[in-house]
Design a protein around this ligand. Sequence first.
Ligand code: NAP
Length: 259
Amino acid sequence: MDLGISGKRALVCASSKGLGLGCAEALAEAGVDLVMNARGSDALEQAAENIRKTYGVSVTTVACDITTDEGRAKVLDAAGQIDILVTNAGGPPPGLWSDWDRDDFIAALDANMLTPIALMKALLPAMIDRGWGRVVNITSQSVKAPIAVLGLSNSARAGLTGYVAGTARQVAAHGVTINNLLPGIHATDRAVSLDTGVSSQQGISLDQAKAQREATIPAHRYGTRQEFGATCAFMCSQHAGFMVGQNILLDGGATNATL
Ligand code: NAP
């Protein structure tokens, strides 16, 4: 399917690996020029070079922490005109409700709520002026059903979801859509780190921890970054112009709910 976005320019945050990389690759396949970001420059440059070679699109890289004011200023400076924004950053660490203090919440809110909001505030006005734009925020299945050990993530992402619900409806008349993409477990470094936590907590191997988790998913497997990226690219396409303020769950059926 032609997504109708060839020649557009996208900023994909936190995209040297994992789900962000999947989104960058799928957008590049649709002919979209990219601005890619991550903190570590080696993996970022490698990912950007692979994408240039494979898809022939232009890729600008900005190595910095997207959750800081300085990092965002650097990215926005290099970005130029952006038609498509995919927000993403690392997820907060797991723990118990009693572990977290104010500083932990502030860090989680900065990374997973206030950073995407700041990027939207910076980029929406020009999208509105041009009468076209797409924003996809990578959040989590924890928005639909809490994951108890990820209380910091549950809290910060709920805040972003509330902001998007209202804002998406304020900008939709200008041809700009904002939606959230909610990953369940996907085979990325983040999944390895979560499974490593379970493995050491329960005294089982990493493979056992993964198998245990897979058994709880109706699809009996983890998602792939390619599946995730393809869904993101569709949400950024011309065909998704009537999708406004939605929370699209990709979790292999793990969230046991009818709606
Ligand atoms: P990942 O495999 O660990 O990749 C994270 C990517 O983000 C890397 O490219 C990393 O590069 C970059 N990054 C992390 N923090 C950054 C920062 N502050 N500034 C700029 N770049 C940053 O993670 P993932 O699995 O793709 O997860 C992406 C998001 O989805 C996370 O918020 C995660 O909590 C959420 N999520 C993931 C899953 C899953 O199963 N994978 C499920 C639910 C929710 P550097 O380290 O070099 O910066």
